[in-house]
Ligand binder design. Structure first.
Ligand code: 5GP
Length: 191
């Protein structure tokens, strides 16, 4: 039986990365999709682990070849999900997690009927701003643009199947796991 596809989205700074890291410690039957991006690597980020860091020209080439499941521009950079690895891993029986922004998430939810959307919410907008600033990796301008984008992203929340508030990492990771476990063994057309 094939695995299922979950699109996990939510505003930048909400802690998606940390929650997903914990989720992968809790369950071994998951596979994380590695995205391609034209953004510059941050300190400590490794090509092929965090992202495939590619040029704008290469990104366009992949789009033309139909190699992305979805792609989007986010705060001046391009991000895309390589299609084949997602299909391969799902066929191998893994539940595949895509950690992507909202425009891309909506493309996947519209094009892949079996995929489910999980939206991660901050406990409050103030908390989100605090987390983004505390991260120390963004310039003031980038924090501002990410907050503006977050406000727009919240407007798309009704496209998602599940909401999870990231009050604590442990709590949020466990709630996502419950969602995934509750759907194991169910065929897509039984829903
Ligand atoms: P960051 O620059 O902070 O790594 O990521 C910025 C945003 O892009 C985050 O919301 C992240 O989830 C999203 N993102 C990462 N990979 C992809 C992707 O393949 N497709 C889309 N649409 N968004 C992505």
């Amino acid at each position: 039986m094939s695995g299922k596809i979950y699109v996990v989205a939510g505003p930048s700074g909400v802690g998606k990365g940390t929650v997903i890291k914990r989720l992968f410690e809790l369950d071994k039957n998951l596979s994380l999709s590695i995205s391609a991006t034209t953004r510059q690597p941050r300190e400590g980020e490794v090509d092929g682990v965090n992202y495939y860091f590619i040029t704008y020209d290469r990104f366009q080439e992949i789009i033309e070849n139909g190699g992305f499941l979805e792609h989007a521009e986010y705060v001046g950079n391009f991000y895309g999900t390589p299609k084949q690895p997602v299909i391969d891993k799902a066929e191998e029986g893994f539940d595949v997690i895509l950690e992507i922004e909202v425009q891309g998430a909506m493309q996947v939810l519209e094009n892949m009927p079996g995929a489910k959307g999980i939206f991660i919410l901050p406990p409050s907008f103030e908390e989100l701003e605090k987390r983004l600033k505390g991260r120390g990796t963004e310039t003031d301008e980038s924090v501002m643009r990410r907050l503006e984008t977050a406000a727009n992203e919240l407007g798309c929340i009704n496209m998602f199947d599940y909401y999870v508030v990231n009050d604590t990492v442990e709590g949020a990771a466990n709630r996502i796991l419950e969602i995934i476990e509750s759907r194991r063994g169910i065929e897509d057309d039984e829903e």
